[in-house]
Design a protein around this ligand. Structure first.
Ligand SMILES: O=C(O)C[C@H](O)C(=O)O
Ligand code: SF4
Length: 516
């Protein structure tokens, strides 16, 4: 590999496996904000444990290694075509090495290109500049948080906040609303980049550009600096918390940029990024292709397993939340499931089977490749690699956003006798009703904790429907000590519904004008 290609490979691997120092600082702060002993605090501990594991094993922090987006600044006269080729080669290699999940899928046929290269993937933006070095910034942003991006066209009416007009106060309302609507589905606590003005496209681009700002920088624009502080303060009172379990840490960072617009349009765009905020940058010598400086790595690197940081929180919970631990092993009976309640922690041993979008779609029309009676389905698209002996190894395996399966989940559970599904972010009314009728339960795993869960997987016992590609196939996994929390039970209770309601009530307290 020549030097530039190697530098790009290093950038990709480092971005996927090692969170930048500024992001680590923000997560540490959140840990101190959470009340000790709560679900949110325990989930944050899993997250920080996962961050350290990914770093130590040089494996993906989250199994969704996202859409790779490069922002490249080059001295005038640099051959951009050469750089593009090298970046693509580096991506191919990182995919082969299990540092990236094959994530590039044909939008019409569903076919996975297998190497992360395809029309539109990766995204590479080149810009020329007057400096004498190359600056490459990379963000790998997963699908769950990308789906929670939102764009507002002002004036508009907002749930809980009323009318948002074409002024700073209307912008304020949109941003607060964007955090509320994301709930836990984008693996909160999250970071947001906000773009004001432009057209629909440039507004979103500006929002994403904000994610390249340093987490602890100060906005040059006084009004926007004030708004950023206000949002950080108020969004963290919404009570959404880690993974939407309720809690004190909902937003880890807020960066806002503004540009001109044309008189008839007024857009506010929000790019939501999960806690697994994977973005890094390097400065490169254009002659040698070597890295001269790593960006976002100033200050000390926080390692969460250090005893001082591991002590979760400064705040003590007044009353310990009641928590029951139940061990489950498939096949699970209806009686076992009906005995579970929201808040119980379930420890799973034995077999679980992955199934996400393509599998759910398939199962609506077809038979299952194995008997699913009493079984547990895991909404997960893992990173898998074959070892030297041709055996599959799990490299990363956290949950995916479950709500996408809402139209199918209840029917599929009933059709095949499935008793439990594990996912993240919760599901809706249709599934909640089916859980009640059929005797089923929804278990929430911690989003992004891909190393933590991969560690619970003792073996891969087989795979079906490989034609859907690695993330979408049905993997049969033997697990030991796989922990998840009951967030929807067979008695009509849903923690997600409850947090949505309370956070909406909280949101409505911010209806009054603040900025004139
Ligand atoms: O695709 C995945 O594995 C997860 C996705 O990023 C999600 O948050 O749903
Ligand atoms: S699973 Fe969660 S942490 Fe991973 S990319 Fe999706 S939103 Fe981010």
């Amino acid at each position: 590999m020549d030097a530039f290609k190697q530098s790009m490979y290093d950038l990709i691997v480092e971005t996927s496996t090692n969170l930048p120092h500024d992001v680590r600082r923000a997560i540490k702060k959140a840990k101190h904000a959470e009340n000790e002993g709560t679900r949110a605090a325990l989930s944050l501990s899993t997250i920080t444990q996962n961050i350290d594991m990914a770093d130590e094993h040089v494996l993906p922090i989250c199994q969704d290694t996202g859409l790779l987006t490069f922002e490249v600044k080059v001295p005038v006269g640099t051959n951009q075509l050469e750089l593009e080729k090298d970046i693509e080669e580096a991506i191919r290699q990182a995919t082969k090495d299990g540092k990236l999940r094959p994530n590039s899928v044909d939008s019409l046929t569903g076919e996975n290109s297998g190497d992360n290269i395809g029309p539109g993937t990766p995204i590479i933006h080149f810009h020329q500049w007057e400096e004498d070095y190359i600056d490459v910034r990379l963000i790998i942003k997963g699908g769950g948080c990308e789906n929670k991006n939102i764009q507002y066209s002002l004036p508009t009416e907002l749930d809980g906040l009323g009318r948002a007009g074409r002024d700073l106060d209307g912008i304020r309302k949109c941003i607060l609303h964007s955090v509320y609507q994301a709930q836990g589905q984008g693996c909160s606590a999250g970071f947001i980049g906000v773009g004001i003005g432009g057209d629909r496209i440039s507004s979103y681009q500006l929002a994403k550009d904000q994610l390249f700002r340093h987490s602890d920088d100060q906005n040059d624009n006084e009004k926007l600096a004030e708004l950023e502080d206000y949002i950080m303060d108020k969004a963290n009172t919404l009570g959404i918390g880690t993974m939407g379990f309720g809690g004190e840490a909902t937003l880890l960072g807020c960066k806002i940029g503004a540009m001109n617009r044309i008189p008839a349009s007024f857009f506010v765009s929000v790019a939501y990024n999960c806690w697994a905020f994977r973005r890094l940058g390097v400065e490169i010598n254009p002659e040698s292709g070597e890295v001269t400086n790593w960006l976002y790595q100033d200050g000390e690197k926080i390692r969460f397993t250090d005893s001082e940081v591991a002590a979760t929180s400064e705040k003590k919970q007044e009353e310990e939340e009641e928590r029951r631990e139940v061990v489950l092993e498939a096949p699970v009976t209806e009686e076992q499931i009906r005995s579970l309640k929201v808040g119980d922690v379930v420890i799973i041993n034995g077999m679980i089977h992955t199934g996400r979008d393509a599998i759910h779609h398939h199962l609506m029309e077809n038979d299952a490749p194995i008997d699913l009676d009493g079984q547990i389905i895991y909404h997960c698209g893992p990173v898998m690699l074959k070892d030297g002996d041709g055996n599959w190894q799990v490299k990363a395996a956290g949950p995916t956003t479950s709500i996408r399966e809402e139209p199918f989940q209840g029917d599929i559970m009933k059709k095949f006798g499935i008793r439990a599904v594990i996912g993240k972010g919760g599901m809706g009314e249709k599934t909640l009703q089916a859980l009640q009728e059929h005797g089923g339960v929804y278990l929430n795993a911690i989003g992004g904790a891909a190393q933590y869960y991969a560690d619970c997987i003792e073996g891969v016992e087989g795979v079906d429907l490989m034609e859907f590609g690695i993330p979408e196939a049905m993997w049969h996994l033997k697990v030991n000590g796989f922990a998840a929390i009951v967030t929807m039970d067979a008695h009509g209770n849903s923690l997600h519904k409850q947090v949505d309601q309370t956070s909406k009530e909280q949101l409505s307290q911010f209806e009054e004008r603040v900025f004139s």
